[in-house]
Design a protein around this ligand. Structure first.
Ligand code: ADP
Length: 513
């Protein structure tokens, strides 16, 4: 049987038109570079198109920053550095809080813009406005709690005063899959800590960052504190910035190969780095799991953002006693998912970001099927305008299949079964990645064993969603370095210094005076 004979997902979709409301929103988006509080063209006047992945149509042409523009942005961040670092924390906090409030007022604009440039269903884009906004609120609260300590050394001969200072100008590189949240997750802690920034949004989805930067200016962010340089020359623009001794911090979210390159570049100046890289999340369902909960968790962990998340469940490992029942239930739910432009009512699955993403998903599915996997639904691209892939469920995925090793980054739920807990944990850990895992079990002791034995930075225990602004998001192994969110998030933008003084009571003469 061929893939298409197996599927119940449609293989074509109709074209859709841009609405009046969409055109009105696009007219509000700045199309220049933001350097030192001013919107400007690229040094060479070049522009590039930003495309709606659901239609293939150009949404806007925006300025394409040159390496020279990147340096100008760093000049501005460096010039603003000391004034922002010494701005009272309460003032920095209030700017962030105003940004949070403005974002709430404009939530529909930001949600629609993300759906247009990235493709996610509108309901999910609204969820991202909430999630992304929470970083502004959380770090507005953290800005005024940057503490220190004062203590006596063990010998009693001195005092150590520990303080925290902003690390300095930071370069923030964001990916396309969460255009707002990845920007706020970096900008908010940087600003809260007192750092100025140069932001390079992904070239596929820069519009949300541009609109957000405009909002930040309105919220009172001073000129030069946030600079934004969208570019199609990511490498040539980034390299001189990373090599510039004025830059003190690099924060990157993206693929592991690009992360490795950036880490090597950052080594030259021994830059502080935070790296949120790829994932290959295992999703474990034990025989004692609440299957209803596991199915809900699976759909959230796999199909949110059409599978385009580093936290997306990549490998479903299900106990053999419940594997068929689990597969049957998720397949029924996936067959009912509606595929379309994210602006359409009831759409659960939007487009993938581009042709490459569709080709990759299909290559991984084809490889798995050739090795013996069974297509329960989907398993093919969707013809028509835009770059869509049918939501897919595969069972009987065989060891050695490429999709067990590579991040799928698409709506493909791949199931393998296991017999014992030990086997499941070994399979879960059999990857160079270690971002997140998910596990469903009603046995609390098993839950604790998983916490202790899974090699990941995060674990969703009986839940398919782990992200929260108050929690330290991040991975182990080749999934990255550092944490974003939580108390840890602001520490990434702070240096620790201690001052040692002698015991002030060492001379009784002084005390007597
Ligand atoms: P993806 O494969 O998901 O697009 P990438 O790692 O390629 O992930 O992209 C994430 C971000 O990294 C984007 O903003 C992209 O422009 C940027 N990027 C890609 N290559 C480089 C590079 N050589 N130097 C700096 N940034 C880069």
């Amino acid at each position: 049987m061929t893939d298409t004979q197996q599927t119940t997902q449609p293989t074509t979709r109709p074209a859709t038109q841009q609405s009046e409301a969409e055109r009105a929103l696009l007219a509000k988006v700045p199309t220049g570079l933001l350097v030192d509080g001013t919107w400007s063209q690229a040094a060479d006047g070049a522009t590039f198109p930003v495309v709606d992945p659901a239609t293939g149509e150009t949404l806007l042409e925006i300025a394409d920053a040159t390496p020279e523009d990147g340096v100008r942005a760093l000049d501005a961040a460096d010039a603003a550095r000391s004034a922002w670092a010494t701005t009272p924390p309460r003032q920095r906090a209030e700017v962030l809080r105003r940004a949070f409030d403005l974002l709430q007022e404009r939530r529909e604009d930001f949600a629609l813009l993300m759906t247009l440039e990235m493709g996610k269903p509108l309901a999910e884009a609204r969820g991202e406005v909430t999630y992304g906004g929470e970083f502004l609120r959380w770090f507005s609260e953290e800005a005024v709690r940057i503490g220190g300590s004062y203590g006596t050394n063990p010998e009693g001969s001195g005092r150590a005063i520990v303080t925290h200072k902003p690390v300095g100008p930071a370069y923030l590189i964001t990916p396309w899959n969460f255009p707002l949240a990845m920007a706020t997750r970096k900008i908010a802690p940087a600003l809260a800590a007192g750092c100025t920034v140069v932001v390079k949004p992904a070239e596929l989805t820069p519009l949300t960052t541009l609109l957000f930067a405009d909002l930040l200016l309105e919220a009172g962010v001073p000129a030069g504190v946030v600079n934004v340089v969208p570019t199609t020359h990511a490498g040539p623009l980034s390299e001189p910035l990373i090599a510039d001794p004025r830059l003190r911090k690099l924060s990157f979210t993206g693929s592991t190969p690009v992360g490795r390159t950036l880490l090597a570049q950052a080594a030259q100046n021994v830059l502080r780095t935070s790296m949120e890289l790829g994932g290959n999340a295992p999703f474990l369902v034990f025989a004692d799991a609440d299957l209803d909960l596991a199915v809900e968790g699976a759909l959230a962990a796999k199909f949110r953002n059409t599978g385009q998340a580093c936290t997306a469940a990549n490998r479903f490992l299900v106990h053999e006693d419940v594997a068929e029942e689990f597969a049957r239930r998720v397949t029924a739910r996936v067959e009912a998912m509606s595929v379309g432009r994210g602006t359409e009512d009831g759409v659960a699955i939007g487009p993938l970001i581009d042709d490459r993403a569709v080709a990759k998903a299909h290559r991984l599915v084809t490889d798995a099927v050739e090795r013996g996997a069974v297509v329960r639904t989907g398993g093919h691209p969707v013809e028509g305008p835009g770059t869509f892939y049918a939501p897919t469920v595969l069972t009987d995925v065989q060891p050695g299949s490429d999709l067990l090793r590579d991040e799928i980054f698409g709506p493909v739920l791949a199931i393998r079964s296991f017999r014992t807990e030990g086997e499941a944990i070994a399979a879960a850990n059999d990857t160079e990645y270690g971002l997140v895992g998910y596990a469903f079990t009603e046995d609390p002791a098993r839950g604790q064993r998983l916490m202790e034995r899974l090699e990941t930075g995060m674990l969703g225990l009986n839940t398919g969603v782990v992200s929260n602004a108050s929690a330290p998001f991040g991975g182990v192994k080749q999934s990255g370095l550092g944490r974003e969110g939580g108390g840890e998030g602001i520490a990434e933008y702070l240096e620790t210094m201690y001052t040692l003084t002698p015991d002030p009571f060492r001379s009784t003469e002084g005390a007597a005076r």
